[in-house]
Design a protein around this ligand. Sequence first.
Ligand code: NAP
Length: 254
Amino acid sequence: MNTPADRQPVVLITGAARRLGAAIARHFASHAWRVAIHCRHSLPEAQALFAELGGSAKGHLLLQGDLLDEQFAENLLPQVLAAAGHLDCLINNASEYQRRPLKDISRMQLQADYAINFTAPFFLMQSFRHHCRNGNIINILDQSISKTDPGGGAYAMAKKSLRDATEACALEWAPEIRVNAVAPGLVLPPPGVSMEKMQRLLPRVPMQAAVNLADICRACLFLAETNSLTGQIIYTDGGLHLHNGDLGEKSRRQ
Ligand SMILES: NC(=O)c1ccc[n+]([C@@H]2O[C@H](COP(=O)([O-])OP(=O)(O)OC[C@H]3O[C@@H](n4cnc5c(N)ncnc54)[C@H](OP(=O)(O)O)[C@@H]3O)[C@@H](O)[C@H]2O)c1
């Protein structure tokens, strides 16, 4: 963590009002971290989470803005530093999942997929490098970076670029800044997709189960607090990244 023992560490989590981001925020807060909760549209959920964690009395922060707004994104870390005094960890969690066949994808859609899933997190990483003397960054990826996902659109391609940036920056920014990633598998269905539809995919998962949110939270905290780790990608996916189709089902039948 590289923080003096008497100083409470601070984590900034993007897109933290709901779902995975909110679970990670709760986990870090329960382990004595101060949490800067970032949200865009989900302000009521973010305010409820901020209150649940104890609000400013516990040293938590709440920030709202669109990460595609360059001015907001550039000012985000300076804002956190001005209010919190220091920042020890950035978790790039905000994302947008769109499934669209590459044969039909427009230039605008391709740019939009890259903007939120690669460009915005990359420049937050760079901002962390410029503004924080030391600390660590965790990028939330997706197990789909390990394979080719036809029809998966540009989401997976952008996450693969973020995986490459994780490794490149880990090497370039050591020893001051550690950069790691967590690559979840099937956790929660994307907005608009039913839980039943996601459950139909579970037979493909070697461990035959959806990923527990708590596992992702623990992986993030482990990376944040383990000083020897950099350039690591932890797949929290029940082994899904190990095959590229129905190999799991085939091997079980043998
Ligand atoms: N869910 C899964 O099963 C799964 C599987 C593999 C990987 N992952 C990865 O895990 C992370 C979290 O997943 P999730 O399903 O919880 O994510 P999500 O609900 O799809 O999105 C998280 C948040 O991102 C924020 N966001 C999107 N566009 C933004 C923008 N332009 N500016 C600022 N914030 C923006 C949204 O904030 P507001 O609501 O405030 O607008 C949203 O609540 C993502 O990186 C995702 O790729 C998830």
